[in-house]
Design a protein around this ligand. Structure first.
Ligand SMILES: C[S@@+](CC[C@H](N)C(=O)[O-])C[C@H]1O[C@@H](n2cnc3c(N)ncnc32)[C@H](O)[C@@H]1O
Length: 254
């Protein structure tokens, strides 16, 4: 990408600045505005290393043969849920997300998975929470919950767990969110962290918007793609790169 690198760096910086003005809702709705964008996004998301970290942690508590229920609040497009279902085929997975478009994209991407319910709703609406679950896995969600509601929510999950059940609360980069979670209602608490490659979904989305609206940028990206036998989305992904950061996870056991 050498010839165009400087130009791409400049566009990337402009897009990073633009990202700061996006709300979560705007990104979620925009990302799934068309099937093309949703498919691209689902493809790129797979390289995020947070998922393998969480799968490894679940493996400390359950064998692959374990049955039972797993609840995934804030399931998004279901990337994490599908990884869990691949590794724990006997578990039933209940997913809830407030975004209709995310839930729709999740249903489409998960159509070959039988042991899952994908529900749309607010995870703060506790009446909707599933009961008697073995594990509750929240990743990248707590930062969207108002700070004064986070501990009540995590405490309420203790009531939904079977004995020895676990809650995993994880975040990429946002350590303060994880530090603020207290273990009220649980018998034990452990903190884990790992360096990881993280997918930058807002940046990827902003570059895609730019690709569709800026003829010059589109032309150069398409040229780069055909010179290197790549798709235009691969080029955008190379421009965005992966953020290298830490993942922080608290595991609370009942
Ligand atoms: C960064 S995504 C995480 C996706 C998923 N956990 C994963 O790792 O594959 C955060 C998700 O939380 C959802 N979310 C945020 N606040 C929520 C709430 N109050 N109720 C339900 N979902 C919520 C958003 O719609 C978004 O899909």
């Amino acid at each position: 990408m050498s010839d165009n690198q400087e130009y791409f760096n400049q566009i990337k910086q402009e897009c990073i600045n633009e990202c700061k003005t996006h709300s979560l809702k705007e990104v979620a709705e925009g990302m799934f505005a068309t099937e093309e964008v949703a498919d691209l996004f689902l493809k790129q998301e797979k390289e995020d290393e947070a998922y393998s970290f969480i799968i490894d942690l679940i493996g400390k508590y359950f064998t692959r043969e374990a049955g039972g229920k797993i609840y995934i609040p804030g399931s998004g497009t279901g990337g994490l849920a599908r990884r869990i279902m691949d590794d724990y085929p006997k578990m039933t997975v209940i997913q809830i997300d407030s975004s209709p478009k995310m839930s729709e994209a999740n249903k489409k991407a998960s159509k070959n998975y039988k042991n899952t319910d994908i529900l749309q709703g607010d995870i703060l609406n506790l009446k909707q929470s599933p009961k008697s679950v073995s594990a509750i896995i929240s990743y990248g969600v707590m930062r969207y919950i108002p700070e004064d509601k986070r501990n009540n929510l995590v405490s309420s999950w203790a009531l939904a767990l079977v004995k020895n059940g676990i809650v995993i609360v994880g975040e990429g980069i946002a350590k303060d969110v994880i530090d603020g979670i207290s273990s009220q209602g649980y018998a034990s608490e452990k903190l884990f962290e790992r360096d990881a490659k993280l997918f930058r979904n807002s940046l990827f989305y902003t570059l895609l918007k730019r690709y569709h609206s800026d003829n010059k940028f589109r032309g150069i990206v398409n040229g780069e793609a055909s010179d290197n036998n790549l798709s235009f989305a691969d080029v955008l992904n190379k421009i965005a790169g992966y953020a290298h950061g830490k993942i922080y996870v608290k595991v609370l056991q009942k």
